[in-house]
Design a protein around this ligand. Structure first.
Ligand code: PEP
Length: 256
């Protein structure tokens, strides 16, 4: 069965109430003009403060799903500033982004913690979007594939084949995030092919053929068509270009 493409917008730390409403309204209007049968799975990942509002605005719009940008894997308790899976599920959040390079680098999140989150997310019936990617230095020193293989192997530790098949991976070269400099589509396709080989080795070719692997890193309306034409790329995780409804809707169209 063909893998259904995904277009996921990671808002990061952007959008107040008014901006969040304008963006969600704009996306809903844009997709109302599209052929639903051809649409990719559309995901938006607002900040926690905009989750309630986004949930409320899209509650009758099955074509958009919600993601959280983070989660704490513990069920409840004394974790000041954190949000649990129960709280996210309460807002109908379906996906959780984990292992984003910003969280790995700025908040010192380890592969082990990311694995803990992945297991908790799947146990709750939600889907992790597991990010991986290399720095420019790693790319230039030729360790991209081994670095990513290690990140993915550790993130998927003790996760069943069935849960792995449901999960989503996002390959996001760190040097391409927010820089305007997207990875060459063929090179992104090659690297994602390597990630698929890692999944095949960990589980089976069948699971590798099922798991959806996105590309992220300065995806724009002008790059999406070439990216989506690559056989290994199942969609995009998009930061900057997801913040304006018209460009996000162009990205959705580019994946149709
Ligand atoms: C991201 O944050 O995951 C990302 C890919 O950002 P941008 O599209 O802005 O490069």
């Amino acid at each position: 069965m063909a893998r259904r493409p995904i277009i996921a917008g990671n808002w990061k730390m952007n959008n107040n109430k008014a901006q969040a409403k304008e963006l969600v309204d704009g996306i809903m209007y844009g997709i109302s003009q599209l052929d639903a049968s051809k649409m990719p799975e559309v995901i938006i990942a607002p900040t926690y403060t905009a989750l309630w509002q986004a949930y409320d605005l899209i509650k009758n719009e099955p074509k958009i799903a919600l993601a959280a940008q983070n989660v704490n894997p513990n069920p409840s308790g004394a974790y000041t500033g954190e949000v649990s899976l129960d709280m996210l599920a309460d807002f109908n959040v379906k996906f959780v982004i984990i292992g984003h390079s910003e969280r790995r680098q700025m908040f010192n999140e380890s592969d082990e913690f990311i694995n803990e989150k992945a297991k908790a997310i799947l146990a709750k019936g939600l889907i992790p979007i597991i990010c991986c990617g290399e720095t420019l230095e790693q790319r230039e020193s030729g360790v991209t594939d081994t670095h990513i293989a290690s990140q993915i192997t550790k993130a998927l530790k003790d996760i069943s084949a069935e849960d792995a098949a449901k999960s989503v991976i996002a390959y996001e070269p760190i040097w391409a995030i927010g820089t305007g400099k997207s990875c060459d589509a063929k090179e992104a396709n090659r690297t994602i092919g390597e990630i698929r080989k890692v999944v095949a080795k960990l589980y089976s070719q069948d699971i590798a053929d099922k798991i959806r692997i996105l590309y992220g890193g300065s995806v724009k309306p002008s790059t999406i068509v070439e990216q989506m034409a690559q056989p290994e790329i199942d969609g995009g995780l998009i930061g900057g270009a997801s913040l304006k409804a018209d460009s996000f809707v162009e990205l959705i169209k580019g994946a149709m």
